[in-house]
Design a protein around this ligand. Structure first.
Ligand SMILES: Cc1ncc(COP(=O)(O)O)c(C=O)c1O
Length: 336
């Protein structure tokens, strides 16, 4: 059964377990094997075993370092001279690409919306990348990025819709299943879907019965699209009004969508700002970990009625604490 699913996937999907294993060997000497945290109070209250994967402690403060470094390394393996790399990002992918480019001796430009958190902009500059500001819309981001790419000859490394980025993010699941082989399900905070696509390919190749769930900010409406089997979102893509700035894009990507449709559960965890804040607060107070709101969304999903009502086959639940880049002068419970 396991083998047949793995073979079926590798024929149809653009990224395979083998791509993810190669990504792991490319990046593993430069990224952290992030720790897994448990919390007895949480387990007792929410009646399952929860395992929190600390990607907030990853290089650059988020899992994005994995995909960015894999993509930049593959680009250089191509043998042609690479003048530089460019991307658009609300922060974490920008920070990760800036770091990866520096590691590989490449120039880097990052297109950032003019409302990006200061902490993320400072970090991007700290890694030596040039910041180019744009309007806070997905369309303005892409147009500015295309222009910089054309003017400077830099290669565009997208935040999620890119096979090497997806493969890099998939290394989270290789590591997680080695650390906690008994996982029955993984909750993944999702924006464009690079992380959940990579995790689903790796996890379901290794353990076909595992369930991978999307966690979204309320309003993203992924469940309706997955159930219909269609991308029903409005065009052009837009940002949601959420405190979880890392996951505010409404639409899943074009590369990530078919992977997600095939491998990810149709039931989606949709969390409000208030719930995300409760998740963050629990983590700060009880687990003593600094996380950003996107990670809080994952914890909120673990606390939700939807999780409470899951059947008993799901005993061991992984939660990705996807990032820790939060502006401590503007924590959401002080500014809302
Ligand atoms: C902290 C954090 N979590 C989750 C995500 C979602 O990643 P993806 O776009 O691969 O779904 C992002 C994306 O920027 C992020 O920064």
């Amino acid at each position: 059964m396991g083998t047949s699913i793995a073979v079926k996937m590798s024929k149809r999907l653009p990224v395979t377990l083998n791509d993810i294993l190669k990504a792991q060997s490319r990046i593993k000497n430069h990224t952290h094997t992030t720790p897994v945290f448990t919390n007895c109070t949480f387990d007792q209250k929410y009646c399952r075993n929860f395992y929190f994967k600390g990607e907030n402690l990853q290089k650059t403060g988020s899992f994005k370092a994995r995909g960015a470094l894999n993509a930049v390394t593959v680009l250089q393996e191509g043998g042609n001279p690479v003048p530089g790399v460019v991307t658009h990002s609300s922060g974490n992918h920008g920070q990760a690409l800036a770091w990866a480019a520096k590691m590989r001796g490449l120039k880097c430009a990052v297109i950032c919306p003019n409302n990006s958190p200061a902490v993320k902009l400072e970090a991007i500059q700290g890694y030596g990348a040039e910041i180019v500001m744009c309007e806070p819309t997905p369309t303005s981001r892409q147009q500015t990025c295309d222009q910089v790419s054309k003017d400077k000859g830099y290669h565009f490394i997208p935040p999620y819709d890119h096979n090497d980025v997806i493969a890099g993010q998939g290394t989270i699941a290789l590591e997680f299943l080695e650390q906690v082989p008994e996982l029955d399900a993984i909750l993944v905070p999702t924006s464009g879907g690079g992380m959940v696509a990579g995790i689903a390919i790796a996890a379901k190749s290794i353990k076909p019965d595992i369930k991978v769930f999307i966690v979204e900010p309320q309003g993203k409406d992924v469940e309706r699209c997955l159930t219909a089997g269609e991308r029903l979102w409005p065009n052009p893509p837009r940002f949601l009004n959420t405190i979880a700035d890392g996951i505010r894009l409404q639409q899943l990507g074009h590369v990530t969508w078919p992977i997600i449709l095939e491998l990810v559960e149709k039931q989606v965890f949709s969390q409000t700002n208030e719930e995300i804040m409760q998740g963050m607060k629990f983590c700060f107070e009880r687990m003593k970990l600094v996380i950003e709101a996107a990670s809080g969304a994952g914890i909120a999903a673990a606390m939700s009625d939807r999780m409470r009502n899951m059947d008993d086959s799901i005993q061991n639940v992984g939660v990705i604490l996807c990032g820790g880049n939060t502006d401590i002068d503007h924590l959401p419970w002080y500014s809302s």
